[in-house]
Design a protein around this ligand. Structure first.
Ligand SMILES: NC(=O)c1ccc[n+]([C@@H]2O[C@H](COP(=O)([O-])OP(=O)(O)OC[C@H]3O[C@@H](n4cnc5c(N)ncnc54)[C@H](OP(=O)(O)O)[C@@H]3O)[C@@H](O)[C@H]2O)c1
Length: 295
């Protein structure tokens, strides 16, 4: 079982691997793959020649990634499977089974499969590949681009400590990594994976209100974004709970109290809770659908 103590012991034992020496391939070249690729390029840790990307049919998209990031983009049948250390699966859940069936005869035992696909269990991937391959499931978000992702990570049954540390090292370059039990992955998908969209929606509403009240768009946008950023940093850097911070800044009869009262009266807090649970349910349904399809 992975733990911080095990990780320390492993590093102490001299088993640490260097992500800089590894080759990484992406199956799927959409939004999430690009966010991860862009983040990796921003870190300058992995030579561009060691990054491969492929997709199903959009050559134009591959050409764009090749030009923008100077990485190796190619049709999937040209992927050099024998050279790949980390194989990232970044396709929609509906496409995962087809991808796994395509790669099962080509994938090497030494390759670590890293699934970014929402709602797809490591067990499903292991069973569909039908061989003892290391499968790590991750749930990052698009803030990988800015190296600010919150990435949850959990491992399948063939994963070694070395495999897990390697995947962790990759995602630590792209933000913060949280090792979780796989049963919690649906929940964390509703926070880390989908969460940025809730805040974008909240900020859309802030912007809209400010514009209605005559504030220029640029100022409305920057003030609301800086406010959200500052609030998040207060929690992370002062290690205080959101409740304590909220209470500290809410004076009786003040403006914050007036705003919060309305927020709570209109179901603001409940709405967030419902949003997380709904995304969690959707993620769990995807797992169930794949299981049913396979039977
Ligand atoms: N977007 C997010 O914020 C986010 C966050 C966390 C996790 N995720 C997960 O990341 C995954 C991808 O999401 P996305 O938003 O990046 O989707 P997307 O933009 O639709 O990209 C999907 C990619 O998969 C490729 N693809 C489909 N079938 C393929 C096949 N058989 N072989 C090779 N490539 C194939 C598509 O290629 P073509 O275009 O050529 O068909 C496309 O490049 C999803 O499972 C999602 O749950 C997304």
């Amino acid at each position: 079982m992975y733990s911080v103590e095990n990780q320390k012991k492993f590093i102490f034992d001299g088993g640490i691997q260097m992500i800089t020496e590894k080759s990484i391939a992406f199956i799927g070249a959409g939004n999430m793959a690009e966010a991860i690729i862009s983040g990796i390029i921003n870190t300058n840790k992995i030579p561009k020649a060691q990054i491969y990307v492929t997709n199903r049919r959009s050559k134009q998209r591959l050409d764009r990634l090749k030009v923008n990031y100077q990485i190796q983009a190619m049709p999937s049948d040209e992927l050099p499977f024998e050279r790949i250390d980390l194989l990232l699966l970044v396709v929609k859940p509906k496409d995962i089974e087809g991808v796994l069936k395509d790669i099962t005869s080509k994938i090497q035992k030494s390759t670590v499969v890293v699934s970014v696909v929402a709602g797809v269990s490591t067990e499903f991937i292991e069973n569909t590949l039908n061989k003892s391959v290391s499968v790590v499931r991750v749930m990052p978000n698009t803030s990988c681009i800015l190296l600010e992702s919150a990435t949850a990570i959990s491992s399948g049954k063939y994963v070694t400590k070395a495999d897990l540390l390697l995947v962790e090292e990759l995602f630590q370059c792209l933000g913060r990594v949280f090792a979780i039990q796989e049963v919690q992955m649906d929940l964390v998908t509703g926070i880390a994976g989908s969460g940025p969209a809730y805040f974008y929606y909240l900020m859309e509403q802030m912007e809209k209100t400010c514009i209605e009240e005559g504030l220029p768009l640029k100022q409305a946008r920057e003030i609301s974004a800086q406010t959200v950023l500052g609030a998040a940093r207060m929690i992370l850097e002062y290690e205080e709970s959101p409740l304590t911070l909220r209470e500290k800044m809410t004076s009786p009869n003040g403006t914050t109290e007036a705003g919060l009262k309305e927020f709570i009266k209109r179901g603001g807090g409940k709405a967030i809770s419902y949003a997380i649970r709904s995304a969690q349910r959707k993620s769990a349904e995807l797992t169930k659908d794949l299981r049913v399809q396979k039977q």
